[in-house]
Design a protein around this ligand. Structure first.
Ligand SMILES: NC(=O)c1ccc[n+]([C@@H]2O[C@H](COP(=O)([O-])OP(=O)(O)OC[C@H]3O[C@@H](n4cnc5c(N)ncnc54)[C@H](O)[C@@H]3O)[C@@H](O)[C@H]2O)c1
Length: 242
């Protein structure tokens, strides 16, 4: 089903993006991972059909060059817009305009930018954007991040209307997943060990998410099994928002 499909995953050097790229590659797809971390070029060492190209998604020229360098086919079947940051979480009043703009540029405008370029190759297939449960649930000190993630849900719905039936567009909203971004959050807490346990115990699933939990949801939405699903948000959060 995924054999010989061309898949692009942004933010593929670590966490959810790496797990997603690996999931598609193990199913036989040709995977191109994009990330600003130089380590992305090592992601395909044990999987010949997966390769990574280093590029900053906030720079349109770098994205264009990376696609020219990394694509193995002239058409793309699946795009996963996963890259995101949350460098200095704060309330609206505690957020500088520079930080606000950086979050918008990386979490939202990069999706606009990358998708516009990839649409030149994607005639039929599927786009999956990674949002967050913070798009719809309240959380202290995450004003800019939550705003970008909410906008991703709106963009997903609008794009599904504009680009169906040939292209399905969905998003996944993860809860707490053990990645570098989550570890960064914990490191800012007074007692990281206690905070991790507090979050875990509050979940109906009683376990924190793993990148593979999100990769499976993305894979499902991209597959033919989800052929009648478009414009939707799939929440994968261990029951956090139940
Ligand atoms: N981990 C969680 O708990 C959680 C929860 C909800 C949503 N998310 C979302 O999941 C996505 C993946 O995050 P993660 O948890 O795997 O974090 P992560 O930090 O491990 O991965 C994010 C990747 O995006 C890359 N990236 C960021 N800005 C970039 C840019 N300008 N150009 C190229 N690459 C860039 C980073 O280098 C990194 O490799 C993000 O959109 C995040 O907001 C994560």
């Amino acid at each position: 089903m995924m054999q010989d499909k061309q898949v692009i995953v942004t933010g593929a050097a670590s966490g959810i993006g790496l797990a997603t790229a690996t999931r598609f590659a193990k199913a036989g797809a040709h995977v191109l991972g994009l990330d600003r971390k130089p380590g992305v070029t090592s992601i395909g060492l044990d999987l010949p059909n997966m390769r990574g190209v280093c590029c900053d998604l906030t720079d349109v020229r770098q994205v264009t060059t990376a696609l020219e360098e990394g694509l193995v086919k002239t058409s793309v079947d699946i795009l996963v817009n996963n890259a995101g940051i949350n460098p200095s979480p704060s309330s609206l009043t505690g957020t500088s305009e520079a930080v606000w703009q950086k979050l918008l540029d990386t979490n939202l405008t990069a999706i606009f930018r990358v998708t516009k370029i990839v649409m030149g190759y994607l005639y039929e297939g599927s786009i999956i954007n990674i949002s967050s449960i913070l798009a719809f649930s309240g959380a202290n000190n995450n004003a800019a991040y939550a705003a970008t993630k909410g906008a991703i849900v709106s963009l997903t719905r609008a794009m599904a209307r504009d680009h169906g039936p040939s292209i399905r567009v969905n998003c996944v909203s993860p809860g707490a997943v053990e990645t570098e971004m989550f570890e960064e959050y914990l490191s800012r807490c007074d007692d990281p060990v206690r905070e991790r346990e507090r979050i875990r115990k509050a979940l109906p699933s009683k376990r924190l998410g793993q990148p593979e939990d999100i990769a499976e949801a993305v894979f499902f939405l991209a597959s033919d099994a989800a052929s009648w699903i478009t414009g939707q948000m799939l929440v994968v959060d261990g029951g956090d928002s139940a």
